[in-house]
Design a binder for this molecule. Structure first.
Ligand code: Z5A
Length: 216
């Protein structure tokens, strides 16, 4: 446990419509059923403060400058890590977070072209240095992911131009190349059940010695 807490920290990443939310719900039901102490949460919006920030960030038509956007995602994360994630890790839980710092690198760094070094510093500050042990990328072509959502996208980020979404995907793939030991990549274009099986297999292989996941 590189972070020094007794719990386990897993993050899920990917472009819009990749299926993270769907898979996390299925996983949560299963973890409840087999009695694994866990916290399923998400960035942005994991805390009451985060829910307010999420509304500001995702409401279509809200004028938010790229730097303000970066700081709002970081503020959401600072509260989230302090209020929910670290206490759950201290309690020994399996924490699964739908998006985390890699989203900021992919969307604000690669997508908005903000300085990657500045983002790295902000990510370190907002998380108190807390890094996930494993990150799973649900990789999917931007067009396919957006095609699974409402036509035209329903929130401020989804409505960005397709070039923005291409840069985000490229960003994720570069992050995987830079730190391959932390990442596992799932081909999210596969059928829902195939993605579910692959996700379970990755989690069991990574954490099966810490939690009894034989019934997952
Ligand atoms: N963002 C950022 O810019 N910077 C940051 O630091 C952070 C986030 C943390 C959060 O919104 C937005 O904030 C997000 C990134 C940005 N950009 N946007 N938009 P969110 O939490 O609402 O967004 P999301 O995480 O991308 O959720 P999503 O768009 O709904 O995607 P998803 O959770 O990966 O997919 P899903 O909801 O599970 O599935 C989408 C649809 O596809 C749904 O109808 C499913 O039934 C269907 N689906 C799922 N799996 C499959 C398969 N395998 N085949 C076919 N259809 C499927």
């Amino acid at each position: 446990m590189a972070h020094g807490y007794p719990g386990t920290f897993l993050t899920l990443e990917g472009p819009e419509g990749a299926g993270k939310t769907t898979q996390v719900k299925l996983l949560s039901t299963k973890l409840d059923a087999i009695g694994i102490p866990h916290l399923i949460t998400r960035d942005p919006g994991g805390t009451p403060l985060g829910k307010q920030i999420r509304r500001v960030l995702l409401t279509p038509g809200n004028p938010v400058s790229p730097m303000a956007e970066l700081l709002l995602y970081s503020a959401d994360r600072a509260q989230h890590v302090d209020e929910l994630i670290i206490p759950a890790l201290k309690a020994g839980k399996l924490v699964i977070c739908d998006r985390y710092t890699d989203s900021t690198v992919a969307y604000q760094g690669y997508g908005r072209n903000l300085d990657l070094e500045l983002i790295s510093q902000l990510n370190g500050m907002s998380t108190q240095g807390l890094k996930p042990e494993l990150t799973i990328l649900f990789d999917l072509e931007s067009e396919k992911g957006l095609g699974r959502l409402h036509p035209g996208g329903h929130d401020r980020m989804e409505r960005e131009a397709i070039e923005f979404h291409h840069r985000v995907r490229k960003g994720y793939l570069e992050l995987v190349k830079k730190e391959p030991e932390r990442w596992q990549v799932i081909d999210a274009s596969k059928a829902l059940s195939a993605v579910q099986d692959e996700l379970k297999q990755i989690i069991c292989t990574a954490f099966g010695k810490r939690f009894d996941l034989s019934q997952l």
